[in-house]
Design a protein around this ligand. Structure first.
Ligand code: PEP
Ligand code: MG
Length: 848
């Protein structure tokens, strides 16, 4: 626990310039992560030399796998990180040549990394190099120099250390919360647990979580998973320290959070109970069919490649415990660097859901429940590898016996991280399998990290004996679009490499030696799908006009800059929903007005002139808690301080975003959309705020819209229509609130169907109100891309459908096949139906 104040500080560490060049204040670095000191305080250098040198004596604690960054620990315990270039991680090591490794002792001026400045400057965003202190709690004062510096000669930073011995004790506060709820549909699994650990580790208080008789330190991921707290479990949070009440609410928010992939997929999400492989199906003589669970849809032909268990031989007896310990620390640092590179890559690929899993893996590397037994083992004479293996294997075995199967599945994560470190301990690098094209991997179990890094050019799909449809591996496969079957008949493990096979991830089957008929069937299905996609894409830019001349605009639903950049080429007529939360999550403080302005301006520019970009104001709270938007623990977060309610209570946050949108609006057709509005006074307060900020900036007005996702807003749509510029119907929440069924509830989520006639009646009412006042109205919930729903929504008269970028061309093509007249008849029948199933049956009848 760091001291919170110091009476006097004496020691000063001088850091020499690691490169020759011009010093630049850290807050002028054009990257908010550095400019806002999220990594740490320090200085940047615009370099003219190309060998990064040690700014001080110390030990290299980490060299980034991409070779562009490293960290040195000084003898005083200061952690000094150097990061060459901006966005240079994406070069994946090209252009960088590290000359040291983790664990090396270095002296001031010693060369650390050679780099090709021409290459980096051409391929990365900038060559600007950062020198920052990552453990700021050790710093009492930091002075960044200015001007031109010569590497290893001139001083770049002067850091005065806190004197820990004379620190004044911080006032102690005690806070307990006895009814914190576990929100995720999978219970307290790795992702919420990692958020809890992050909140606890960032706090100066001691935090514990109790579940029944069990108690866990909130800084230990393994201990938290071991609580076996399932979905909806009530736990107690106890904190003692200077910021006890703040950390309790942060931990409660983390516990309450739900995640992408929590909700079972519809339609027909396979139940976990169906996990026993069925008997082999009848098939022709040489053909064999093995069954399992449909973990990720799609059909592929390929050849079997058995991904064998990773055998690692471990020396049991250790040498000098100090050497064993430093060997262990090196292996841990390398694993940390690998995981960091993986997280950075997945984030860059805009797959935050996948990256959070590996953030949880990173937290496991610091987990006291794994580290302490390892250190004890080393002290008693065991080798680092044997001590670590026993520690993680023991914890994984314990987790595997937990009652909640999704928590038990986290044993695979502990095992994955465990083997990663073990391989470094025995110098056994992860060997890339030599894969043929069209490989169908068969394994007892695949590590999540192995799936995330599969060579997509060669791997057609995979099946595993272990795991259900809720495993991380299954979730990863779905997010990658990779067909997969889990829980496959173990006979699959005996199939020889090279055996031809057809994998059906939609039905959960592996057909070995498929006969000519099966090959033809799969081939035909694939060919039809591929040809259809190609044809749809060719016509993507053309408007979606029904056979009888009615036009419907199809816009993109966007959660990253990458999505927005891809949207125009995919045929989007604009961005119908920018979920701005992507700018706000996974950080300690909200983005500044200026940071937001830059992003919105870029979005507007990439979308192209005249194409609307609907920026939804931050939809925090509920299932999207943010560390810096503390919302007291709510028994019913979906009915609590969510969306515009959270914003109206935090005017600073609201106004900064409104101003950022208004200032960026010169770059394109910006629109502002407010979520979770239930009452007219809420709407009027939001509109007044926009108007005040507009007047103070002297900006042009931007259209402001209402996200209709609370039944009250749909029921009073006629009143709202007089005051809004446009409506967007958020059918995901509208269905959850209309049916009073939690959209993430493990049992109920599959019934939360926006094609329920009650929801459709609210949609129809909103459309009628919009028509009466000549306001545009769109649908931006997931139903907008459901092929069964499209004709009904078109028939109800919505002007726009907002859908994921990859589906735009297909939806436009579908609309072009429809007759508006027939859609209107269909919509009328849907409104008169009694159940969602009845509506879906109607649609099936309508489909040509
Ligand atoms: C909705 O509720 O339909 C919607 C578009 O918002 P979100 O899914 O982000 O809650
Ligand atoms: Mg919503």
């Amino acid at each position: 626990m760091p001291p919170t104040s110091a009476r006097h500080s004496t020691r000063t560490v001088v850091l020499r310039a690691p490169l020759s060049g011009v010093l630049v204040p850290i807050d002028e670095v054009p990257d908010p992560v550095f400019a806002q000191r999220l990594v740490g305080d320090g200085v940047a250098i615009d370099p003219i030399s190309h060998t990064l040198c040690a700014p001080c004596d110390g030990i290299v604690v980490q060299v980034h796998a991409a070779g562009h960054a490293l960290t040195i620990a000084t003898p005083d315990g200061l952690e000094v990180m150097m990061h060459i270039g901006l966005d240079s991680v994406k070069l994946r090591g090209r252009g960088f040549e590290p000359r040291v490794s983790a664990g090396d002792r270095v002296e001031t001026g010693q060369p650390l990394i050679d780099f090709d400045s021409d290459f980096v400057v051409r391929h990365a965003r900038s060559l600007l190099t950062q020198l920052v202190i990552t453990n700021g709690e050790r710093v009492a004062r930091l002075e960044a120099r200015r001007g031109t510096v010569v590497a290893s000669v001139d001083v770049a930073l002067e850091v005065t250390l806190r004197d820990e011995d004379v620190a004044e004790p911080a006032p102690v506060e005690v806070a307990n919360l006895s009814t914190a709820l576990v929100g995720s549909a999978f219970g307290l699994h790795a992702r919420p647990a990692a958020l809890v650990v992050a909140a606890a580790r960032a706090s100066a208080s001691e935090v514990r979580v109790r579940h029944g008789q069990q108690v866990a330190s909130a800084t230990s991921l393994v201990a938290l998973l071991g609580l076996d707290a399932g979905p909806g479990a009530t736990v107690r949070i106890e904190a003692r320290g200077p910021d006890a009440s703040a950390v309790v609410s942060r931990v409660a928010a983390a516990l309450a959070r739900t995640f992408d992939g929590d909700a079972p997929e519809r339609p027909g999400a396979p139940a976990a109970a169906a996990s026993t492989p069925g008997p082999p199906e009848a098939a022709s003589e040489s053909t064999r069919v093995l069954t399992g669970l449909p973990a990720s849809p799609g059909q592929v032909l390929g050849t079997i490649v058995r991904a064998g268990p990773d055998e690692v031989h471990v020396r049991e007896a250790g040498g000098d415990p100090r050497e064993e310990r430093s060997r262990f620390e090196r292996a841990r640092a390398r694993s940390q660097a690998e995981l960091e590179a993986l997280v950075t890559r997945l984030r860059a690929e805009s797959t935050p859901g996948r990256s959070t899993l590996f953030e949880a893996h990173r937290a496991l590397l610091d987990d006291p429940e794994l580290l302490e037994p390892t250190f004890e083992g080393i002290e008693t004479g065991r080798s680092a590898a044997a001590a670590w293996r026993d520690a993680f294997a023991g914890q994984a075995a314990r987790l595997a016996t937990l009652q909640h199967h999704h928590l038990a599945a986290r044993a695979a994560d502990v095992d994955d991280v465990g083997h990663r470190v073990l391989r470094h301990l025995v110098d056994h690098p992860v060997e890339a399998l030599e894969l043929p094209h069209g490989a169908i991997l068969v394994a007892e179990q695949l590590a999540p990290s192995a799936v995330a890094t599969l060579d997509r050019a060669r791997v057609a799909g995979f099946c595993t004996v272990a795991g259900g449809v809720l495993s991380h591996v299954a979730l990863l496969a779905r997010s990658l679009g990779l067909p997969a079957v889990t829980g496959i008949d173990p006979a699959a493990l005996d199939v020889a490499d090279g055996t031809p096979a057809a994998l059906d991830g939609t039905r959960g089957r592996l057909v070995l030696q498929p006969d000519a008929d099966e090959v033809r069937r799969v081939g035909e299905r694939q060919a039809v799908e591929a040809a259809r996609r190609e044809v749809d894409l060719l016509a993507a830019a053309a408007p979606a006009v029904t056979t009888d001349g009615h036009r419907v605009d199809v816009l993109a639903s966007v959660t990253s800059l990458a999505d927005a950049a891809a949207a125009p080429r995919a045929g989007a007529e604009g961005v119908g929903l920018l979920r701005s939360e992507f700018l706000f999550v996974d950080r300690a403080a909200p983005p500044s007005e200026e940071e937001q302005r830059v992003v919105y301006a870029e979005l507007l520019s990439t979308s192209g002139a005249g194409r609307p970009v609907v920026i939804r104001a931050l939809d925090a709270g509920g299932d999207k808690p943010l560390a810096y938007v503390p919302i007291p623990n709510e028994p019913n977060p979906a009915l609590g301080e969510r969306g515009c309610r959270a914003l109206l209570g935090r005017p600073g946050l609201l106004r900064a975003q409104v101003r950022a949108v208004l200032r960026a609006s010169a770059h394109g057709a910006a629109r502002l959309l407010f979520p979770m509005v239930a009452t007219l006074p809420e709407w009027r307060a939001l509109r007044a705020c926009v108007e005040e900020e507009r007047a103070s900036l002297g900006a042009d007005p931007v259209p402001i819209g209402l996200l209709v996702e609370v039944p009250a807003a749909a029921l009073l749509a006629l009143h709202f229509a007089r005051e809004v510029d446009f409506f967007s119907i958020g059918t995901n929440d509208l269905a959850q609130y209309t049916l009073a069924m939690d959209r993430a509830h493990p049992k109920l989520a599959s019934q939360v169907d926006a094609l329920h006639p009650a929801v459709l009646q609210l949609v129809a009412r909103t459309v009628a109100a919009a028509r009466a006042h000549a306001r545009p109205v769109g649908v931006c919930g997931a139903i907008a891309s459901d092929p069964q729903a499209v004709p009904i929504l078109v028939g109800l008269g919505v002007d726009e459908l907002t859908v994921p970028v990859a589906l735009i061309a297909g939806i436009k093509a579908r609309i072009r096949e429809l007759s508006w007249g027939a859609c209107q008849v269909l919509a009328a029948r849907a409104l008169a139906a009694e159940t969602a199933d009845e509506v879906r049956a109607l649609d099936a009848g309508h489909t040509p």
